[in-house]
Write a protein that binds this ligand. Structure first.
Ligand code: GLA
Length: 408
């Protein structure tokens, strides 16, 4: 049955969702108040963080596609590809080496890369010469998730080493059993944050502990610029959708300098179709999520490049207001999401999670617009004209229609 304006307007789900929008707005207001108060308590750290990740970090990470098959040569090739494919110009600046680079510690406790990375400083110099930044990975425990040397007890050593190499971003991944006491986890992250601060080099701190202990409540207070909110993503629509659509409700915790991270992108790794990857990219942009690609950049189809470099969708993610989008209506597999933008417009995503095409509608009253409004389709990159009261579109199976709506 087509999703008409009336379908959404009359359903009890809609009424519940309208109440949710209101209470969401209220709780956003409350969230802001609480944030402002808490922010006063750790102004120094928060100020530095905001400068570091004023908008969600963008870049590439080795894990999703290559896992342990990463070495110096591959990082250099990826740096070249970030430039030649236009991804760097679109904003993908951080080139992040994930797990399996680690070698042994020497007698003084200094960590060295393993044989895959003969000279990390030279590699960082190469990456920087391309106008990019280099990221690295470690763990607050004795071992990383892949069983390599972690940073426990060597936080200062490691932070100093990273700074000497020229590292700009650290993913710090909790791979041991979670402690029963959240303070223990906070202390471990704070320790590395302090160690990084001491180096004097601006290094983004990415917390990875899968959302345990409601990390979004305390991530900024331990110096986190972003924190994973979930377990690992995989290159399947069902997993991506489960993670992405479940981010609803976390919107009050994100903002400039501190972001919810629903994990890295799978766009272009091969397990989803074009519509599914557009959904993935649109949803992550609506969520103001870090956009960290994970595919092989040396072998991209034209549509992978088109998705990853769609500047209008990237601008949704990178909007300076830094507001995370949220769901405003749902009927079974049909979800309508909204992200308020700095210029007063609203970006709306009509997401169809079922297996057949469906017509979906956003009522302007649902997004606080009470007049006519102009609508632009961000995937077609086309102004669609002026609409009164609502906008409807056919949405492909597992697909999205993403529009920017301007009106009073
Ligand atoms: C965990 C993380 C992944 C990746 C691997 C590396 O599973 O969630 O993103 O970093 O560890 O071992």
């Amino acid at each position: 049955m087509p999703r008409s304006q009336d379908t959404f307007r009359t359903s009890s789900t809609t009424k519940r969702n309208q109440r949710r929008v209101l209470s969401g707005m209220l709780s956003q207001g409350m969230g802001l108040l609480i944030y402002m108060t808490v922010a006063g308590c750790f102004l120094g750290a928060a100020g530095a963080q905001e400068k570091l990740a004023a908008t969600p970090p963008m870049g590439w990470n080795s894990w999703n596609h290559f896992a342990e098959r990463i070495d110096d040569k591959m990082v250099r090739e990826t740096a070249d590809a970030l430039v030649s494919t236009g991804l760097k110009d679109a904003g993908y600046i951080y080139l992040n080496i994930d797990d399996t680079w680690e070698g042994d510690r020497d007698a003084t406790g200094v960590i060295h890369p393993n044989a895959k990375f003969p000279d990390m400083k030279a590699l960082a110099d190469y990456v920087h010469s391309k106008g990019l930044k280099l990221g690295i990975y470690s763990s607050p425990g004795p071992k990383t998730c892949a069983g390599f040397e972690g940073s426990l007890g060597h936080e200062d050593h490691d932070a100093q080493t990273y700074a000497q190499w020229g590292i700009d971003y650290l993913k710090y991944d909790w791979c041991q059993q979670p402690p029963s006491n959240v303070e223990e986890m906070k202390n471990a992250y704070t320790k590395m944050h302090e160690a990084l601060k001491k180096t004097g080099r601006p290094i983004i701190l990415s917390l990875c502990q899968y959302g345990w202990n409601k990390v979004w409540d305390w991530g900024p207070s331990v110096g986190g610029n972003l924190w994973r909110t979930t377990g690992d993503i995989s290159d399947r629509y069902s997993v991506m959708a489960e993670i992405g659509f479940n981010q609803n409700g976390l919107e009050t915790f994100a903002g400039p300098g501190h972001w919810n991270d629903p994990d890295m992108l799978e766009v272009g790794t091969g397990g989803m179709n074009e519509d599914e990857y557009r959904t993935h990219f649109s949803l992550w942009a609506m969520l103001a999520a870090p956009l960290i690609a994970g595919n092989d950049l040396t072998k991209m189809t034209p549509y992978t490049v088109e998705i990853l470099t769609n500047r209008e969708v990237i601008a949704v993610d990178q909007d300076p207001a830094g507001k995370q989008g949220f769901r405003i209506a749902q009927e079974g597999p049909f979800e309508v999401w909204m992200k308020p933008m700095a210029d007063g417009s609203r970006v709306v995503g009509l997401f169809n999670r079922q297996r057949t095409v469906e017509q979906m509608t956003v009522n302007f009253s649902q997004i606080g617009i009470h007049s006519v409004a102009t609508v632009r389709d961000l995937w077609l990159k086309k102004d669609l004209g002026t609409f009164s009261g609502k906008y409807s579109a056919y949405v492909p199976s597992h697909g999205v229609v993403l529009v920017k709506i301007k009106g009073e």
